[in-house]
Design a protein around this ligand. Structure first.
Ligand code: KIV
Length: 263
């Protein structure tokens, strides 16, 4: 997968599969999978670091995760998230942040929102860095949105989202994440754009889907929005393994002789 393949997938009506990943060990497994694109999302702040929002993510955190994922992959397309406010500074500071993410090994950056970001996106793209847009529920704006809620409901909000999506394309984004958007609106936006859309909580009418790895694996017991499908009961499996280990240490069955070194 390279940046041109996104357009090709849309032209062929072939869905794009994106998955978040934040660490070396998981990246090695994703590398061997049919997933097309890895997103090193700022959701790392929540699922890897235990924060309640993505706001505490910063460039250092993102670069550490990107570098780990890069070391675990060979040929996956890696998108690195630009963390909260890192692209809302002076242009030179924005570009330094982009530089760090790209030097960490990402092949593209993702940036939330378009209002006030159009010129920055155009400048990043003109500098040779592919930009993935992100509209709808933009978690970095959770305080302004009044919570993690569906966006684009009602005529006015829907029209605004249509205009913003078009503005992302015009600014030069090569793809657009649509998060928590009514399915018909997402399908309509997808139809109207030349660039592919990648949905999360945006129904089946987008050009691709993205999920957070920990959600897909069923590792997050306290959080399950409607749009998440879990493909594994990971939490139970991990818990069973941890308890089996604890049991066997306590009853002396681990380690066995063949798991020990002789003289
Ligand atoms: O940070 C992230 O994981 C994301 C996805 C939810 C799209 O932005």
């Amino acid at each position: 997968m390279n940046v041109l393949d996104f357009q090709a997938c849309k032209a062929r009506n072939e869905k794009i599969v994106m998955l978040t990943c934040y660490d070396y060990t998981s990246a090695r497994i994703v590398q061997d999978s049919d997933v097309d694109v890895i997103l090193v999302g700022d959701s790392a702040a929540m699922v890897m670091h235990g924060y309640g929002t993505t706001i505490p993510a910063d460039i250092e955190m993102m670069c550490r995760h990107i570098e780990s994922v890069v070391r675990g992959t060979k040929d996956k397309f890696i998108v690195g998230d630009m963390p909260f406010l890192s692209f809302r500074l002076a242009l030179s500071d924005n570009m330094r942040a982009v530089d760090s993410v790209m030097k960490a090994g990402a092949h593209a950056v993702k940036l939330e929102g378009i209002e006030g970001n159009g010129e920055t996106i155009a400048h990043i793209v003109e500098s040779g860095v592919p930009v993935m847009g992100h509209l709808g529920l933009t978690p970095q704006s959770v305080n302004q949105l009044g919570g993690f809620r569906v966006q684009g409901r009602g005529d006015h909000a829907a029209e605004l989202l249509r205009e913003e999506a078009m503005a992302c394309e015009q600014a030069g984004c090569f793809a657009l994440v649509l998060e928590c958007v009514p399915d018909r609106l997402a399908a309509e936006i997808t139809e109207s754009l030349n660039i592919p859309t990648i949905g999360i909580g945006a129904g089946a009418g987008t050009d691709g889907q993205v999920l957070v790895m920990q959600d897909l694996l069923g590792l997050t017991s306290d959080f399950k929005p409607k749009f998440v499908r879990t493909y594994l009961d990971g939490r139970s499996l991990w818990l069973d393994a941890f308890n089996a280990y604890a049991r066997e240490v306590k009853n002396g069955h681990f380690p066995a002789a063949d798991e020990s070194y002789g003289q």
